[in-house]
Design a protein. Structure first.
Length: 408
């Protein structure tokens, strides 16, 4: 384990738990909620005294997995990161197979071809996981959806904690996904709604499970005006600019709101995955750094959450932490549940509901401030030490002794 600053001379103390994280992408430039949560959780465990080693790919892009970071080993705030190149993927083929398999489920060969077409298929990463039982007491595999998990988890099943990050989508119903979920020694969920979904669909049984959730970092200092460019009021969408995240529906709903007399613009902060025709009232920013992200959140009249498919909304938590209300898609049970528990926002069911409720947040600043304050009170308890305690309790139930490494 890497020595920490301020430690006395000599060998560092042994880590409390030797943990490996296996995740599809990892890095400061990676725009993804799952990857961001994985990275921050790894750092929190290291800060608490555990050894965390990450196995990941060299990719930043999640469609073709083209190399962006150099292959090899690097350090990320005390976390040792091993990166491996992935084979070229075929996202168009993967998308076509999902459509076919959704109409005719149960085709094991079709599911295998889908997994390989989607990727990331990283032979070096899989080889590293084969050797992991001799090096790691627990292996935490992030997201059920990608090939790094489907190919790698079977090699560490006796000590694997799967973090499904599941939502109700066709791929969760695949036989391949059910087998992966049932193979894991333990399961870590982000919300009660996700835990219930996976249990209903695949069965959790008596294995170790926990709703570990997340912690929140102290908010970055921000100047609300700095993130907006123009001084016009706006609603904020923060995340991947992708139709799969509900962005196309969001543009349609916001157009209805504007046609009804609404004056808020719409700021879209994140990397686009496909070209989108944007109206004049929609302003894309591209990828934003932490300071700009903080400024955009602080200055928003409301933060909109249009996705139907979530296992946890980090953006909602960030908005509430800064005292800003959210407007969430009620068709997502996770978003509806988070909003209900926090009291930090409103939930819409359709485009008319979006327009009406966003209009209320625009014209009733007292309501917006009250919701934001309730959200801020809710997030005050979401500390990283509390999240680490939940993680450690789960890891302790799954950990296995280091295996004896075979002779070469």
């Amino acid at each position: 384990m890497r020595p920490r600053g301020g430690a006395r001379a000599g060998a560092p103390p042994p880590p409390d738990v030797r943990v490996a994280f296996c995740v599809q992408r990892f890095g400061a430039e990676v725009a993804g909620g799952a990857e961001s949560l994985c990275r921050r959780t790894a750092r929190a465990l290291v800060d608490a005294g555990d050894e965390v080693v990450v196995y990941t790919t060299t990719a930043r892009d999640y469609l073709r997995w083209e190399p962006h970071y150099p292959a090899g080993t690097e350090w990320d705030a005390g976390v040792r990161v091993h990166r491996f190149d992935a084979l070229p993927a075929a996202p168009e083929t993967a998308a076509a197979l999902v459509r076919d398999l959704s109409l005719a489920p149960g085709d094991a060969e079709g599911e295998r071809r889908w997994a390989l077409a989607q990727g990331p298929v990283a032979p070096g990463l899989v080889a590293a996981l084969r050797a992991a039982p001799a090096r790691h007491e627990v292996v935490v595999v992030w997201t059920y959806l990608y090939a790094h998990a489907q190919l790698g988890l079977p090699h560490v099943a006796d000590r694997a904690v799967l973090v499904p990050l599941a939502h109700d989508e066709p791929m969760l119903r695949f036989t391949l996904s059910r087998g992966l979920t049932r193979m894991a020694a333990g399961l870590a969920f982000m919300t009660p709604e996700e835990a219930l979904l996976v249990d209903d669909m695949h069965g959790v049984g008596r294995r170790p499970v926990a709703v570990v959730g997340t912690g929140l970092d102290a908010p970055v200092a921000s100047d609300a005006a700095a993130g907006t460019g123009a001084g016009e009021p706006y609603a904020l969408y923060l995340g991947r600019i992708d139709p799969a995240k509900g962005v196309a529906d969001l543009l349609h709903m916001h157009d209805r709101y504007r046609r009804g007399g609404g004056r808020l613009g719409l700021v879209l902060a994140g990397r686009p995955t496909v070209p989108l025709r944007l109206p004049a009232w929609a302003r894309p920013t591209g990828w934003v750094d932490d300071a700009t992200r903080a400024a955009l959140l602080s200055g928003a009249t409301a933060v909109v959450l249009p996705s139907r498919y979530e296992s946890l909304s980090l953006v909602a938590l960030e908005a509430w932490q800064r005292g800003r209300p959210t407007l969430a898609n009620g068709l997502s049970e996770v978003l509806a549940g988070q909003t209900r528990r926090s009291g930090g926002g409103l939930v819409y069911a359709d485009a008319d509901g979006y327009a009406r409720l966003l209009g209320r947040l625009e014209h009733e600043p007292g309501l917006a401030d009250r919701l934001g304050a309730q959200g801020a009170a809710f997030t005050a308890d979401l500390t990283w030490p509390a999240a680490v305690r939940r993680w450690r309790a789960l890891l302790a139930r799954v950990r296995r002794p280091l295996a004896v490494a075979p002779h070469a």
